[in-house]
Write a protein that binds this ligand. Structure first.
Ligand SMILES: C[S@@+](CC[C@H](N)C(=O)[O-])C[C@H]1O[C@@H](n2cnc3c(N)ncnc32)[C@H](O)[C@@H]1O
Length: 216
């Protein structure tokens, strides 16, 4: 009886998410999934009519995936990359037409190749950048900008008051960001940031050779 109650509770997304957070707080980065208003605000930043692949990073239980599909993104053009194997299994059940790939955003090229990705035009990230070490954050963001290949848009939300990508790192990576939206109807309130190429290209730290640009 108690076991059955426990099993039923685990099927609820908020609790499922919370249990994942208990096991891996740094990786999951939030105690609860994004609310519907935040997921909708993220999806609104993507032009549903434009051609090309949209990559979602850190889909978790799929709130943002659902919002992207509801906004008109073609499921065949959507690739969702998630590090947690249990979340991946759940996402495959929920979104059979979407390519769900188990992988790490620090090595984006591998899961994108496995998914047979075309040109990536947008990345929508729910990755917990604030909970990451600066090395982890830099690795993830330089993978994202390399995959976007100097074009396209990165959409990222944050619960922090400042930009989710530190300005010096943004300049180094050759992107410029702006707050596109505040979502107060989320717990905690969040803001949505949009990053685009700054036109000047990446500024490589002294002593580093140029990084090859790669098509996904
Ligand atoms: C804050 S949760 C967001 C979940 C969901 N998109 C939402 O908005 O509710 C962050 C998600 O990113 C995933 N994640 C964290 N680091 C990752 C990485 N390096 N590569 C891929 N996924 C990662 C976590 O497993 C978790 O599902």
């Amino acid at each position: 009886m108690i076991l059955e109650i426990f099993r039923r509770l685990r099927r609820c997304d908020a609790l499922r998410f919370f249990f994942h957070w208990l096991r891996k707080p740094g990786q999951v980065g939030a105690v609860a999934p994004s609310g519907a208003a935040l997921a909708t605000a993220l999806a609104a930043e993507i032009d549903a009519e434009a051609p090309g692949t949209v990559v979602e990073l850190g889909p978790g239980t799929g709130r943002v995936t659902r919002a992207l599909l509801d906004a008109g993104i073609d499921p065949q053009e959507l690739i969702a990359i998630e590090r947690d194997a249990a979340f991946c299994r759940l996402l495959r059940e929920r979104f059979p037409a979407v390519r769900i790939v188990s992988g790490d955003a620090r090595k984006l090229e591998t899961p994108l190749r496995r998914a047979g990705s075309g040109e990536v035009r947008a990345v929508v990230s729910s990755l917990p950048l604030l909970s990451m070490t600066s090395e982890h954050r830099r690795a993830v963001l330089s993978e994202i900008t390399a995959v976007l290949n100097g074009e396209g848009v990165l959409v990222q939300y944050t619960y922090g008051m400042t930009a989710p990508v530190p300005p010096d790192l943004a300049a180094e990576l050759g992107v410029v960001g702006e707050r596109a939206n505040w979502v107060l109807a989320n717990l905690p309130p969040a803001s949505v940031w949009r990053y685009r190429p700054n036109g000047a290209g990446p500024q490589l730290p002294q002593g580093e050779g140029p990084r090859m640009s790669r098509a996904a």
